[in-house]
Design a protein around this ligand. Structure first.
Ligand code: ADE
Length: 232
C-alpha cells in the first residue's frame, strides 16, 4: 500500500515514483541506500475501484515484473501484517520471516494438491539478522483476506505461523521461480487472536506500525550489506 511505502521511500531517500510497466498500476521508487541499489515497488491503485491493489495476485505480478526489470539479487516483501498474542506479538513489532512460508486459504482436497496449496516456500536464514537487530523471527502465512474464517484459523494454527499477511508467500514464490533469495519483513498492525476487530485495529495502528517499518528497513539493509547479501 502507498501508506506503507511512503515513509520507507522518504527514509531511504529513494526517487519519486515511476511506472513499472505500461499495463500495470505498479510503481517503482529507485535509489541507492548506503551503497546498496534499492528498487521499492508498490502494486499501485486499482483504476476500477480507486483503492490500493492488495493481495497475492497484484503482489506476484508486481514482484515478478519488478525483479525482472531491475535484475534483483534479493527480494524483500515488506509491509504490515497481523500478529498473534499467543506467540507474544505486540502492535508495532517487526518480524522477519522464518521459512517455510505458507498459504492458509488455498484448500485443494485432491491428491497431491494439498501440499501445493500450502506452498511451503523457503526464505533466507534470518536468525542472525533478527538477533543482530533485536527483531522478532516467526513463520509467515499468507491469504487473500484481512479477516479470518474458521478454516483459515485452523490452517494457521496447524502451521504454527506467527505472522498473517496478504502477500509474502506469493512474493516468495516469485523469488523461488527466479532463483533469488527472499526475506519477509512485516510490522504488526493488529492481533489476530485479540478481542478487537482486525479492520479497526489495522486503521488505528497503521501509522505506528509503518513508522516502525521505516525505522527497521534501513537497519536491515545495512546489516544485509555487511553480510554482502543485498549488494548489486
Ligand atoms: N495486514 C495487516 N493485518 C493483517 C491481517 N490481520 N491479515 C492479513 N493481512 C494483514
Amino acid at each position: 500500500m502507498h501508506a506503507e511505502a511512503a515513509p520507507v521511500v522518504a527514509r531511504l531517500g529513494l526517487d519519486s515514483a515511476k511506472t513499472l510497466h505500461p499495463r500495470l498500476p505498479a510503481l517503482v521508487h529507485s535509489g541507492e541506500f548506503s551503497g546498496t541499489v534499492v528498487d521499492l515497488v508498490v502494486n499501485g491503485v486499482d483504476a476500477r475501484f480507486g483503492v490500493d491493489a492488495i493481495g497475492t495476485v497484484p503482489a506476484a505480478l508486481t514482484a515478478w515484473t519488478g525483479a525482472l526489470e531491475q535484475r534483483s539479487t534479493l527480494i524483500i516483501s515488506a509491509g504490515t501484517a497481523g500478529g498473534f498474542a499467543r506467540h507474544g506479538a505486540n502492535i508495532g513489532d517487526i518480524y522477519l520471516s522464518e521459512g517455510p512460508l505458507v498459504f492458509h486459504d488455498r484448500r485443494i482436497p485432491l491428491a497431491g494438491f494439498e501440499a501445493y496449496g500450502r506452498g511451503s516456500l523457503s526464505c533466507m536464514e534470518a536468525g542472525p539478522l533478527a538477533r543482530a537487530l533485536g527483531l522478532k523471527l516467526g513463520r509467515f502465512t499468507t491469504g487473500d483476506s484481512l479477516d479470518l474464517c474458521d478454516a483459515d484459523a485452523a490452517a494457521i494454527e496447524s502451521s504454527g505461523a506467527a505472522v498473517k499477511d496478504m502477500e509474502a508467500a506469493a512474493v516468495a514464490w516469485v523469488a523461488h521461480l527466479l532463483g533469488v533469495p527472499f526475506l519477509g519483513v512485516k510490522a504488526i498492525t493488529d492481533l489476530v487472536d485479540g478481542p478487537h476487530p482486525t479492520a479497526d485495529q489495522f486503521v488505528l495502528n497503521l501509522d505506528r506500525a509503518v513508522a516502525e517499518l521505516a525505522d527497521a528497513l534501513p537497519r536491515i539493509l545495512m546489516e544485509l550489506q555487511k553480510a554482502d547479501v543485498a549488494r548489486r
